[in-house]
Each structure stands twice: as C-alpha cells, then as structure tokens.
Design a protein. Structure first.
Lengths: 160, 251
C-alpha cells in the first residue's frame, strides 16, 4: 500500500467533494466510491485503516465529526471481509456494492446523528437514494484511474 | 483490535462537545481554503452564462430588489417611529450596524444541511448568532466560529429557526432543507411572492431585513390555518462573498 499516494488521493477527493461537487444538486459521493475501492482492492488490515480514514475525511466536510467515521469504518470493514468470501471484481458487482454500502452507511449516519441530537430531515430518503444511485453509476469507472494512481493491478475476475 | 481502536476514536469524536470537534473542520477549511475556493470557482464558472448586452443580470436585479424592499421597510418603520416619538432623535437601524465582508470558502446546500464556511472569525469580531447578508438579504446566522473561520447556518437548514414578520406579527420560520423554509399555522392566506422580513433581534439586528419571499401557500390540516414555504431572494449557491452584521461596531 502506498500511503502517501493514498493521502493525496483522499485529500483531492475531499476537496473536490466540498468544493466542485458542493454546488451540484445531483452528485456522486467520491469518498464513498473510494471506500468501496480500497475495501475491494486492499487486504483486510489496510481496508480497515482506509475505511476509517476516509470516514474521518468525510466528517471533516460533513455536519458533525464522528458519524461518518464510524459508519464508513464499519461498512468498509464488513465489505472487506465479504470480499474474502464473494469476489467483487465485476463492474455489476461493484455497482451493487457501492449502492448498498451507500444506503446502509447513509442510514447509519442518520441514526448516529439522531443519537447526537442532530435534526433528521423529513425527506431524507430521496437524497440518500440519489447519492447511492449516482455513486454506484460513476464508481466502477473511477476505479480504473484510482487503481492507476495507487499502482494497484485490477483484475476484474476472481478474488484477491 | 485495530477496528476496535478506530471505532473507539469515532465514538470519542461523536460524543465530544461540538465546539471541540468543530476545530478539526475549521482547520481543514482554513488549510485548504485555496484549493476549495478554486474548486468552487471552477464549478461556478462552469455553470455561468454570458450576460446579455445592456440588460441587468438577474443577480444584480435581485440585489437591487432586496435593497428596495429593505429601504421600503426601513422607511415604513421610521415613519411609524416619527409618528410615535416625534420629539426624540432616532438613529436609523442601518447606521448602528457594521458590516464585516467575508469570502465564502465552501457552500453545502442540500436536503440534509444548508451551510457556508467563511474566511472570517472571532479575530474579525464575529460571534455566534450574528446575521449574515448576501445581496442585501439575510441568508442565515453564524452557528460556529473559531479564530479565523466561521460556519453559517442558512435559514433553510433543517436545524435553523428564524423569527420573521408576517402581517404585523412574529412567526417562527423553520428550515426545511434544500432551498426552502416553512412557516406553519398562519391565520390568513399569504400571496405568493410576498416579501418576508426577518424580525428585529436586540443586539443582532436593529431593523427588519428581507429574508425571503413566499414560494407556496397551502392549507394546514387545521381548518382556517395556512402553511407557507419561503425561498431565499438571492442565489446563495453562487454567493462568493457575504457580509456579517456586527451591531454597534467600534469607531
């Protein structure tokens, strides 16, 4: 794992998410896509570290600190373990992995925010579904440049 | 074991006081203010359209319209004051206000939250609760502040509630997420497009200032009551700089 390259990639994604994508009504969640990428293409220990780090980055540009770190860490780790059993290398599998992870992570974030006393918006399901769908559509295509930058060989068939 | 430690760290962040954890967010926005601004400018310029020849731009039109609404409101208020207290000298509300200009670092407007991060903080005289203006209209209040950065909670944020003046009485306007806020259980129907003014708040706002206009008016579940939806009168997403109202600034 090239940690310096990882740091640069996460910083770039965080800055883009908070600036370039902030004004868009319909937007993918770059950090969530990277979460799934590292959970699929790294070993379990690295996946745990990257998941929590990406969650921390998401919290930095989020409403409060903590919910996304826990949520991303939990589901990134779960995905990494799941990948040991079911290979998530095909684009269709990656689509579903991103979609389901985004939905579950988003719901947990709302729940943790609720525990913290943050208000839950009345119409939270529509944006949650939208972000999950757009992330799932864009995500598999972002895996290629991410893998190139991280010097990870992508094998779209079979387990690691 | 690694997972447990990271989860514990997350829980510590989650249950720590917000004023402590906010420091991380402010530090990030301060350190990366330049790339964040560049990213936002690219996003804005990508969506920008060429202005039409000698026609005033929509943003300029909205700014002037808001200014007109504020001046009209101020004139009416002053007129009432003159009638009531003809013998007393009254300082106009605007003259007691100071305006701290600030650049917008990031904007987050969606169904879940509506916030801005500004490049001004306590060092510039900002405190929690101060009103923030864009294009002569109120867009929100300072919700968190550190030495050089501040967070603005827009009036459309689900966590925001603002006292507004409708039909001569005060009502509580609740943010709804996205670009809308809601006032419930009003006693009479309000025309769409009616200007909504933020009420005076001692120490923060000495005169009513325009905050939005009525986008929708519909019947409440209770008979004879109405709910209205209010939208901002400026394009907050495109705001590059704003002004923070500081009451009674030092000379």
């Amino acid at each position: 794992m090239r940690w310096f390259r990882f740091a640069v990639l996460i910083l770039l994604a965080t800055v883009l998410q908070a600036s370039f994508f902030a004004d868009l009504n319909i937007k993918p969640d770059l950090l969530l896509i990277l979460l799934v990428f590292f959970a699929v293409y790294c070993n379990t220990t690295e996946a745990i570290i990257t998941s929590f780090t990406i969650g921390f980055a998401a919290d930095l540009i989020g409403r409060t600190m903590g919910p996304q770190m826990i949520s991303f860490g939990l589901f990134g780790t779960a995905l990494a373990y799941l990948h040991n059993v079911i290979a998530i290398r095909k684009m269709t599998y990656q689509f579903f992995a991103i979609f389901v992870t985004a939905l579950l992570a988003g719901l947990l974030v709302y729940f943790l925010n609720f525990i913290k006393g943050e208000p839950t918006p009345p119409n939270m399901y529509a944006p949650l579904f939208g972000i999950a769908l757009y992330s799932a559509l864009v995500g598999p295509f972002l895996f290629l440049p991410s893998a190139w930058w991280m010097r990870i060989k992508i094998n779209r068939s079979g387990r690691r | 074991m690694l997972f447990t430690w990271f989860t514990l760290a997350g829980l510590i962040f989650l249950f720590s006081p917000k004023n402590l954890t906010n420091k991380f967010q402010f530090a990030f926005h301060r350190i990366f203010s330049l790339p964040l601004s560049i990213g936002r400018n690219i996003s804005l310029s990508a969506g920008a359209r060429r202005p039409l020849g000698d026609v005033v731009s929509r943003d300029e039109y909205k700014r002037l319209l808001n200014h007109l609404a504020n001046v009209t409101q101020q004139r009416d208020a002053e007129h009432q004051n003159v009638e009531k207290l003809a013998q007393m000298r009254i300082i106009p509300g605007w003259e007691r206000m100071g305006f701290v200009p600030a650049d917008v670092i990031t904007v987050s407007i969606n169904e879940l939250r509506s916030e801005l991060i500004l490049n001004r903080g306590e060092d510039d005289g900002l405190v929690k609760g101060q009103f923030v203006l864009a294009d002569n209209s109120i867009i929100g209040t300072i919700s968190d502040v550190d030495a050089r950065t501040a967070k603005v909670r827009l009036f459309t944020d689900p966590k925001s509630s603002t006292v507004v003046r409708i039909g001569g009485s005060d009502w509580l306007m609740q943010g709804k997420g996205g670009s809308l806020a809601r006032v419930e259980m009003i006693k009479s129907k309000v025309k769409i497009g009616t200007e909504i003014m933020a009420s005076k708040r001692p120490g923060f706002l000495d005169t009513a200032v325009i905050i939005g206009k009525v986008a929708r008016c519909e019947r409440n579940a209770e008979p004879l009551l109405w709910d209205i939806e209010v939208e901002p009168v400026c394009n907050i997403q495109k705001a590059e700089n704003v002004h923070i109202i500081v009451m009674n600034p030092p000379e």
